[in-house]
Every structure is written in C-alpha cells, then in structure tokens.
Design a protein. Structure first.
Length: 448
C-alpha cells in the first residue's frame, strides 16, 4: 500500500468519527488564528455564565484558549461540561493574568472572575507639564488628560505627545520611554500664530518622512501646522541612504523640497511597512511600541536589524494579531494586516481622519482629539461633527455618521484662507479735514 493511500484512509476514518451538526447544534466559528470564538450552545436552562472583569478594563479574555472579547466579558458554559477552565486576561503594558478555575455555575447562575492586572516591568510613564497649565495633553493620538498629566504603564518605545490649549499654538513632540523610568515633557505654549508648511517630493518616491523626529507619512507629502523657524527633516527608504536637512519654515508659506536619495551600496538595516484594516491599531515590534497605523498610508519602522522579528498589532474591539517576519538589509517588508473583530456585539464605532495638508487640529463634537491623520475609536453610534483647523487655511467641518463595529473614513482637503482685500468704508475725520482744506485752496485759487 502506498503512503498516500494510507493517508487517505486515515483521513476518511477521522471524518467518519466527527459528529454531524444537526438542526439544533451550533457550528463553532473560528477566527484568523483558528481558535474557536463562540461557545457551543446547549438547551435552555442547562447553561451558566462566567462574568470576567479586569482592572483596568478593556483587556482581552481567553477562556479555555478561546477568545471572548474584551473585559467585561460574559462566557456561556454548559453546567454539565468540563468543570476545569483556564482563564487568561491580557493587555499591552500589563503582565498576563492567568488562573485555573474548578467548577461550573448552576443553571442560569453566574460566577464573577475579577482580574487585577499588574503593570509590566517593560513600561514607564510620561509626565506632561504645560505653561499655561490646563491644556489637553494627548498620548499617541488617543488617551487625553489635562495638564499637569501623568500617563502610567506606557510601553517602552517612541511615543507622540501633543498639547492643545485654545488661543495657543499646538505643541507636539516625540519622546522615548525607557523601562521603569519617567519621561518628562515641558510644553511652553506660544500664542497662536500663523504657521507654515512643507511640501516634500523625493526621487524615488515612497520615502518615510520625519519632521523633528515625528513620522509624518510617505513622500510625496504636505505637512502643515509647523511653527516658523528651523525644523529637522529626515527621509528614509530601504536601500537608500537617509537624507537629512535643516529647513527654515516661514509663516504663511509652503516651502517645497525636492531631494534625490542616494542608493546605499552596503545597507545595514531594513524597513517594515505596516498597514492595518481597520487603521488606528497600536503596533509593537519585539515588545517595543512603534506607533499607530494610519489610513491610506503605512506606518514605517526604519533601521530594523536583519533577522526575524516578532510583531504584535492591537486595537480595541479586535483580536490581537501576532506574527514573525524576516527582515533583510536594504529591503522593505510590506505587511497588510486585517484584524478580526471580537465575537461580542460591538457597541461603538470609529472615525479615521486624513487631511491635505496634514497636521490639522481635529475636534470631535467641539472636543480636541489630536492632529491629523487621526483615528478615533470608542465613539457612540449616531451623527457627529468633525472640525479641522489649520493656520492659513479655512476651517473644514463635516457631519459624520458612526455605525457600531465600523470605522468611517473622512478625507478633508483644506483650502487656503482668502487674502483680505481693502474695502471702502467711512471716511476718517482726518481725511475729511484734508479734503475740506483742499477744496478751500482750490476756491481761493479760482477767485484769484
């Protein structure tokens, strides 16, 4: 008998042993990882419930290795089923909580499991001060506090911080968080002024743009909301040498750059470009926070050492995605990741906002939320107002319908503010007196 024939017989035997799903039996669904995501139903009255909560909430729940959404989560179990269960609760920035529970609830009864998560040793914190105080400090385009603000349990890596206060220029910076340390941001806010912009077109295109250390997308790109003065611009593209320059930005002026990148004959690093569906997901490489994915533009991780690297993509309302990839020197590893929604019925939606130029202040229902491009999650379903403001441009406003479980894309093209033109108004008293004097002089000359 051939090995292939034997394999075929074994496969048929296994299929014959599988139970056939009848009309009253539920089919177990599986997610992208192949794990079951919904429990098998049993007749009414023969099921109980595990209610799993955590501090902080919003952590992912795995019950007997099946994903059940984010805390608080409810798991339905048959009362006569296996009485031993493994419960795992995890979220970035905290150690994984895991417990083995013996026993099942009675018919219609509930057992509450509370997981107190401990901060991971691989985190730090960011403290933000502003002058004047009382500004809105936003971390990584999501969490917002009023200054002075303390962001705890922040994963190690580079993070974006923006500080907004009405009547002042928005302050934004990139900071590095080290394990167990506190990073301090002192934002000296300046009175609102006219800003400038950069228009960058590179040869070849597709280079990652960093302005003052903050990732701003791929070339060609237009970056607005830049304070007049010197700014550091860096372009990075796999297989080419980094391009760096000090650029002077002028108020109300779009400064154009046309750099040509030089090829790198002996590249040392590679790059990783990450796009997620939906956007607005947090990306971790080898346990270090990289940034947030964007709509219509990948998140680029530069200066990656060649070899295998672990990748984790996390977004509220979706299952974590983890994988490993091989990075080669001088090459770009381009990844597009589709996240699987959790099996629970979603109650909120999101908005993914892009603008041209980028860097506009984003307001949702008159509340400041960050700088475009920006993805906002956990929005209640219904109609919401999105407002973008950028110095030198007209305000952009739109009504957006938010649907539970979906992320609505919003694309804003900002128009330059019209240049004020002199208008004819009332004659000032001085002008009137001068005109009267001129008439008197003409009258005298005519009489003579």
């Amino acid at each position: 008998m051939k090995p292939s024939d034997l394999s075929f017989i074994i496969l048929i035997s296994m299929l014959c042993l599988l139970p056939v799903a009848g009309a009253d039996e539920a089919v177990v669904l599986t997610g992208a990882t192949g794990r079951p995501v919904t429990p098998t139903e049993t007749p009414a009255g023969l099921t109980g419930y595990f209610i799993i909560t955590s501090t902080p909430s919003g952590a992912e729940v795995y019950f007997d290795n099946a994903y059940y959404g984010e805390t608080p989560a409810t798991v339905t179990v048959p009362v006569s089923g296996n009485p031993q269960h493994t419960i795992r609760v995890q979220t970035p920035g905290y150690d994984t909580w895991e417990k083995t529970y013996l026993g099942n609830p009675g018919p219609g009864e509930s057992i509450t499991i509370s997981a107190a998560l401990s901060p991971s040793a691989s985190t730090g914190q960011i403290v933000v001060y502003s002058s004047p105080s009382g500004a809105a400090a936003t971390l990584d385009r999501s969490a917002t506090q009023t200054t002075p603000a303390t962001f705890s349990n922040v994963p190690i890596g580079n993070h974006e911080v923006s500080v907004f206060l009405s009547g002042y220029q928005t302050y934004y910076t990139s900071v590095s968080v080290q394990r167990g340390q506190t990073t301090t941001v002192n934002a000296q806010l300046s009175s609102a002024m006219s800003t400038g912009a950069l228009s960058i077109t590179s040869t070849p295109p597709g280079a990652a743009v960093y302005v003052d250390g903050i990732y701003r997308g791929l070339t060609p790109a237009t970056i607005g909301n830049l304070v007049p003065g010197q700014h550091t611009v860096t372009l990075s593209l796999a297989g080419y040498q980094d391009w760096m320059a000090q650029v002077n930005v002028q108020s109300g002026v779009v400064t154009s750059l046309y750099p040509t990148l030089a090829s790198d004959p002996k590249p040392v690093y590679g790059t990783v470009s990450i796009t997620s569906v939906p956007s607005g997901a947090s990306v971790y490489a080898d346990g270090v926070y990289i940034g947030e994915t964007r709509l219509n533009s990948p998140l680029v991780f530069t200066q990656v050492k060649p070899g295998y690297h672990e990748l984790l993509v996390s977004k509220s309302g979706y299952q974590d995605y983890s994988a490993s990839g091989l990075v080669s020197a001088g090459q770009d590893l381009d990844l597009t990741i589709t996240l699987a929604p959790n099996p629970q019925q979603p109650t909120t939606g999101g908005i993914a906002i892009t603008s041209s130029p980028t860097g506009g202040d984003v307001f949702l229902d008159n509340a400041y939320r960050g700088i475009s491009p920006l993805t906002i999650d956990s929005i209640s379903p219904g109609m919401h107002t999105v407002l973008l403001q950028l110095s030198g441009y007209q305000d952009w406003r739109s009504q957006v319908q938010v649907t539970a479980g979906q992320t609505a894309p919003v694309s804003a093209t900002l128009l330059p503010a019209p240049t004020p033109t002199p208008t004819r108004g009332e004659m000032s008293p001085l002008v009137g007196v001068a005109a009267l004097g001129l008439l008197i002089m003409l009258a005298r000359r005519k009489t003579t």
